[in-house]
Design a protein around this ligand. Structure first.
Ligand code: PLP
Length: 375
């Protein structure tokens, strides 16, 4: 039997470690194992590598090195920003669960929580923030959505939040490393990032916290991360994250153009084999490069996903990145996609390794899946 070529088209869930990150990490996985906080010479290399990584990351997003705090990923960065602030909390209904559930746990502790609804197209405009009462607190709106790939006008949203007296946080986990991110231009107070979404290692991320913005201690213990997040640093992961971000940022112009072209050709191919295919979020605001969210009326997304997997093509359905089970997506619900259509929606997210041949193979696999799909 002919071996099936495996095509990974689920880059919004996670990405492959890039060569630059892999190479940068190697010394710190074994030989340079010293604890960066030790007083002897074994600490020198790891400590210096952490400092360099912090500087590189800061440069990539136009921040100061001391404004970068390493975390275990995007979930922790989101929790940290939200739980460091007081006052009223405004979050949108289509945020990642690490934002929504952090906000809900703050509400359980008595904090006022207001949910902002996105437009039907899957984005948020400054006029959506007209619900903001003058006061204090935090507004948290994601830079790009992880299920439909829509992007938000972060600078305008942060300006609006500040005008009303609020701090502004953005979850940039899906956007960083794929589109330009500039914290000074955006004027954000906090920004969350996760390395495994930009070809870095898993279990590492960072929180950008503007100098002067409130930040509570997240983990008590030693003096790591300015005494705010204690614990011996994961040196290899930090170094890998910086190398991956530096590499991806240098490729943004070329890759975003290439991936957009691949996504457009994928959409064309899909529309040819299924005339009534619907593309949530694809019409008005720019989408993340390579991102295709597509509904197949009359089909089951879960069944499509498994049939595509049989053909070697990996995609996701619903909020699959946080569960082994496909659930009706809160994002598709938030943008008012009818339930039946939401249940027929899959997410195809292309990445750096995907090619024109992969797009043709995905379309062929979809033909097979649509033919054998059971609703
Ligand atoms: N925020 C968004 C938008 C995401 O897509 C994800 C992961 O899927 C996260 C946060 C969580 O990041 P991590 O997996 O690093 O905890």
């Amino acid at each position: 039997m002919e071996a099936v070529k495996r095509i990974y088209a689920d880059h919004a869930a996670t990405t492959k470690l890039c060569e630059a990150a892999f190479k940068a990490m190697l010394p710190f996985l074994r030989d340079e194992f010293g604890n960066p906080s030790s007083l002897h010479s074994w600490a020198k290399e790891p400590r210096s590598a952490i400092n360099v990584a912090r500087e590189k990351i800061a440069q990539c997003i136009n921040a100061e090195p001391e404004e970068i705090l390493f975390t275990s990923g995007g979930t922790e960065a989101n929790n940290w920003a939200i739980k460091s602030t007081g006052g009223t909390l405004y979050v949108s209904s289509y945020e990642h669960h690490s934002v929504l559930n952090s906000a809900n746990s703050e509400a359980v502790r008595g904090r006022e929580l207001v949910i902002i609804k996105p437009k039907m197209g899957g984005y948020i405009m400054p006029r959506n923030l007209s619900v903001l009462k003058s006061g204090t607190g935090l507004v948290s709106i994601m830079s790009a959505n992880n299920e439909i790939g829509t992007t938000n006008p972060v600078r305008l949203l942060s300006e609006t939040a500040h005008d009303k007296g609020y701090l502004f946080h953005t979850d940039a986990v899906q956007m960083l490393g794929h589109l330009k991110v500039d914290v000074k231009d955006w004027g954000v107070d906090y920004l969350s990032a996760s390395a495994h979404k930009f070809n870095g290692p898993k279990g590492i991320g960072f929180l950008y916290c503007r100098k002067g913005a409130p930040l509570q201690s997240f983990l008590d213990g030693g003096s790591q991360e300015s005494g705010l997040r204690a614990g011996t640093e994961n040196v290899a992961a930090i170094v890998g994250m910086a190398a991956a971000l530096e590499f991806n940022c240098s490729q943004i112009a070329r890759q975003s153009f290439r991936l957009e072209r691949l996504a457009a050709s994928l959409c064309d191919g899909i529309s040819r084999i299924k005339k009534d295919a619907h593309f949530p979020g694809r019409d008005i605001m720019p989408q993340l490069p390579g991102f295709v969210s597509v509904s197949f009326p009359g089909c089951s997304a879960e069944s499509l996903l498994h049939l595509l997997d049989l053909k070697g093509v990996a995609v996701s359905a619903g909020a699959a990145c946080n569960s082994r089970k496909v659930k009706t997506s809160h994002v598709l619900k938030a943008i008012h996609l009818p339930r039946k259509l939401a249940e027929s929606t899959i997410r195809i997210s292309l990445g750096y390794e995907n090619t024109d041949d992969d797009v043709s193979a995905i379309i062929d696999a979809l033909k097979f899946a649509l033919k054998h799909n059971a609703t």
